[in-house]
Write a new protein. Structure first.
Lengths: 260, 260
C-alpha cells in the first residue's frame, strides 16, 4: 500500500453509533488510511468500535478526538465533505474520483488533507460544508440512494488509494483542466485551515465593525465570503494579506477613536 | 442511473449469512444493479435478507436461485470472479476498474455479464474461477486486507456504475482518465469583467481609506487581491456582496466623521 494515503485523514463529525465508527476504521485501514479523527462523537468506546474493526486497536487508540471541527482540521490544507443533499451554489461539487485525485495531488506534496463524513441521521451541516474546498456527492440510483457511513468511507478510501497508486505509477491522476485551483501554482505553500479559520474570524469582526453585518444575519454573507476564499485556495502570503486587511479595518477605527 | 447496469448480474456463490446477502442486495441496488443470483445459499430467508436491505423486497423476491454455478451463468457472455488469494498462472488477473470497463463494454451491446462472489469463509473455489473470463483482486493494505462480502459487492457495483456513466457520456471506458469537470456551477451568472473592475477600484479605495495601502505600494497587494477573485470566479451575487463590503468601509468611516 502506498504511503501517500498516510497524509489523508478521515474525519467523522458527530458519529452516533460505534459500530459505524468501527466500519469506518476498517474501511480506511483496508486502503492504507490510518489517521481517523472524531469530532464530538456520541460514545466512541474503543471496545465497541473494535467489534466491527477487529485487530485495529492501535489505529483506534490513535484516533484524534476533538470538540470542534475547526480543531480537527487545523493542519489540513484541503478538505472535502461528503453529502447526499442537493446543492446550492455555495459549494463546488465534484464526484468521488475527482475529489480523490485532488486530495492525492496535495498529499503527494507532503501536505495533510481530509475527508469529512457527517452523522448517520443528518449528514454534514452547512457549517461543516463551509469549511470544505469541495463537496462530494456519490452518484447513486435515485430510487435507492441510501448509503451508510461505513460504505461511504469505504468508497472514498478506495478512490483515494486508487488515485495514490495511479500517481505512484506515474499516471496523470486528474485532468481537471477547467478547475481554477489547478490553474494556480503558487511559489508559496497553501494556506493551512487554521490560518483560514483565524482570517474568517477576523473578517467577521471587521464586517461587524463597519456594521456591514449584524449578529445572526451574518450567516449567508460569511458563507459567501468563505466560499470565495476556499475556492480560490489562498497561499500563505495571500492569507497574510487578507488577515492584515481585515485586522486593519478594526485597528484603524480604534486609532480614530471609534470603538466597534 | 444508467440502464447499462441492468445487464449486470451479481452472483453470490454459497453465501452463508443472510445479512451479507442483504448487504449485497443493498449495495447492488444503490448503483442500479437489480439482478442478483444465489447459488446454493445456506439459508436465504427473504425477511432476514431484508433486515440489511430495507425497502428492497421486490428485488429480493426476484433473486434467482440455482443449484449449480453453470445454471446461474447460462445467459452470461462474460463473467469476472472476485478473489483475495494469490494467483496462479491459470487466470487473467485484473483490477476492479479494468474489470468494470470490460463488463460494461459487453453490457453496452445488450449482453448479460456477471460478477461472482464466493462464500464468506473460503471465497470462490478454483472451479468457479475457471468459469471466469477474468479474475479480480481488490488492491488492499497487505497488513489489513480483509474485506467482507457486502463491501466487495459495493466496490464492484460502484465501479460498474461509474464505467456505465462514463460510457454513456461518450468517454472511452477502457482508458479511464477522469473527465475535466467544470468546477463551479452557480445559479447566478458569472460576474462580468466590468463589474469586477469596478469592485477592484472600490477595494483599492477601501484599503487606502484604512491606510492599509498607500499610493504606489498598492501594486502587489492589488495584484494579489485581483488574483484571488479571478481564480474564485465570482458570480454576480458574490460580486455585489464584495462591492458592498468595500463600499461600506469607506461609507462607515464617513458616517463616523473620518474623511479618508
Amino acid at each position: 500500500m502506498t504511503s501517500l494515503t498516510e497524509n489523508v485523514s478521515v474525519v467523522l463529525v458527530e458519529p452516533q453509533d460505534d459500530i459505524n465508527i468501527g466500519n469506518a476504521v476498517r474501511a480506511s485501514k483496508n486502503f492504507g488510511i490510518e489517521d481517523l479523527r472524531l469530532v464530538n462523537p456520541a460514545h466512541a468506546d474503543r471496545d465497541r468500535i473494535a467489534i466491527s474493526a477487529p485487530r485495529a486497536h492501535e489505529t483506534i487508540d490513535r484516533m484524534g478526538r476533538f470538540e470542534t471541527l475547526d480543531e480537527a482540521l487545523d493542519d489540513c490544507v484541503m478538505t472535502v465533505g461528503l453529502t447526499a443533499r442537493a446543492r446550492s451554489a455555495h459549494w463546488r461539487v465534484v464526484e468521488p474520483e475527482q475529489a480523490a485525485a485532488e486530495l492525492i495531488a496535495e498529499a503527494a506534496k507532503g501536505r495533510r488533507v481530509a475527508m469529512l463524513f457527517g452523522r448517520e441521521d443528518s449528514g454534514l451541516p452547512n457549517s461543516a460544508l463551509d469549511r470544505c474546498q469541495a463537496v462530494v456527492t456519490i452518484p447513486t440510483n435515485p430510487d435507492y440512494s441510501s448509503i451508510n457511513l461505513g460504505q461511504a468511507v469505504l468508497l472514498m478510501a478506495w478512490e483515494v488509494s486508487r488515485a495514490a497508486r495511479k500517481m505512484q505509477a506515474g499516471e496523470v491522476v486528474a485532468a481537471p483542466v477547467s478547475a481554477p485551483q489547478n490553474a494556480w501554482h503558487s511559489e508559496f505553500e497553501p494556506a493551512p485551515m487554521a490560518g483560514l479559520t483565524r482570517m474568517f474570524g477576523q473578517a467577521e469582526a471587521a464586517l461587524e465593525a463597519i456594521e456591514f453585518v449584524k449578529g445572526s444575519s451574518n450567516d449567508h454573507i460569511m458563507r459567501s465570503l468563505r466560499s470565495v476564499f476556499l475556492r480560490a485556495r489562498l497561499d500563505t502570503r495571500e492569507l497574510a494579506i487578507w488577515h492584515g486587511i481585515f485586522k486593519e479595518i478594526v485597528a484603524y477605527m480604534r486609532r480614530k477613536g471609534i470603538e466597534p
